[in-house]
Design a protein around this ligand. Sequence first.
Ligand SMILES: Cc1cc2nc3c(=O)[nH]c(=O)nc-3n(C[C@H](O)[C@H](O)[C@H](O)COP(=O)(O)OP(=O)(O)OC[C@H]3O[C@@H](n4cnc5c(N)ncnc54)[C@H](O)[C@@H]3O)c2cc1C
Length: 467
Amino acid sequence: MSTIAIVGGGITGLAAAWHLATRHPGHEVVLLESTSRLGGKLDSIRVAGHVVDGGAESVLARRPEALELLSEIDAPLVHPERFPASLWSRGQLTPMPAGTLMGVPSDPSSLHGLLTEDEIERVREERAVDLHGTDIGIGDLVERACGSAVVDRLVEPLLGGVYAGHARALSARACMPALWEAAVDGRSLLQTAARAAEAGSARRDEPVFAAIAGGLGTLPARLADAARGAGVTIRTGAVVSELTAEGTGWRLRLTGPGSGAGTGEPMPASTLHADAVLLATPAAPTARLLSSAAPDAAVGLRTIEYASMALVTFAFRASDSAPFEGTTGFLVPPVDGAQIKASTFSSSKWPWLTQAVPDLRFVRVSLGRHGEERVLHHDDAELTRIGLTDLRRVVGPVLEPVDAQVRRWGGGLPQYAVGHVDTVASIRAATAAHPTLALAGAAYDGVGIPACIASARRAAEELVTRL
Ligand SMILES: Cc1cc2nc3c(=O)[nH]c(=O)nc-3n(C[C@H](O)[C@H](O)[C@H](O)COP(=O)(O)OP(=O)(O)OC[C@H]3O[C@@H](n4cnc5c(N)ncnc54)[C@H](O)[C@@H]3O)c2cc1C
């Protein structure tokens, strides 16, 4: 029986452990998580005494991976209300135009109310962008094709929501491959968006997003229980501090309170031998672990930067809920100078939450974009004040919250900079000499949870095939 060590107990590591234990039960699977908590960017917090999501809160339901996983562990699947999200632009709330592909409209007339007539005209006059096969910032691509307004008021806030990054710095090839490929082939971006909208409307009866009752923050514990039940050994408080190639396998140096070999005894350091290793850690710790076994991969990994952010979750009395009804929240174009970048009206969005806590309405705002971490230097009280002030500017004078909690995410989201696809290819090439090593997680082929699960499965399959 060979031992496969998985480093990192976020959704990627947990999904890989579950996949290996259920699809390839002949292996011993050991998952090592450095902190005392499983889940990484999935976490729950308590606000006004109730458990709500403190990190990721929904999965894309148009991809199969997350839904398959939730179904396999019998998690109680829920879907959000189908209220439209809004944009807070030029001092007013406007419903998100329908049929855009990450902000690129399929029909420029859908932008009335959001862009001026001149700006809409510029979108209509779409220009071809000759890329000669090279990567480009998604914002630069759309700006050259359709003008800057659609970037500033649509693409930027949408990308800000997903990556906490800047449209002009994020790779078109990695973040919006459909638009990049269209430009490379000399096809229209607007028509590409129209085709995507058509495909979407053929599936309009299917929900776009999903989560689980109790919040996505409760998924890691469920998944860990299921994985343990399937034979996985999970050790928290186990920091993998060194990885050394040893014949065809690996030696892992463990520190931290969970380093004792399952005895429960805190030990200063210990060693684990594994036949294969799956690194499901963010880019920086992965780079540290590979610094001697695959130094060129470490160099590539160090170039992947991360955005930090904070979420402030408010609980308001249900009697003050009117401003939050009929929409799931709003995104904020940074060009207008607001400090918050988005708000989710969690109780309006998730019926299970209103049923569970009928007398309160939970609303969260997010702050912080890549390279703009200054706002995060404020203490929690000031972040709460800033969040509430911006929220009031949007929805009007809401009354005092009953409670507010700040959850900070240092190094929350990897930035897929221009050239990211080549960077990842070079990292993978630099680990090719080690067939019993695999990399997975948000740093590589997609930051969303379904993409992380897909990368976990792919990495697990690679290892099993090579063992
Ligand atoms: C605030 C926020 C909201 C988000 N919302 C959504 C959303 O609604 N929907 C969506 O699809 N995506 C969302 N995302 C993105 C998504 O949640 C993440 O990309 C994804 O969860 C990353 O999972 P991961 O397992 O790859 O990495 P992580 O969650 O970062 O997990 C990595 C784990 O490795 C551990 N680790 C690190 N170093 C070591 C070491 N040396 N030894 C052992 N363990 C180590 C860490 O402690 C951590 O637990 C959000 C992200 C953030 C930050």
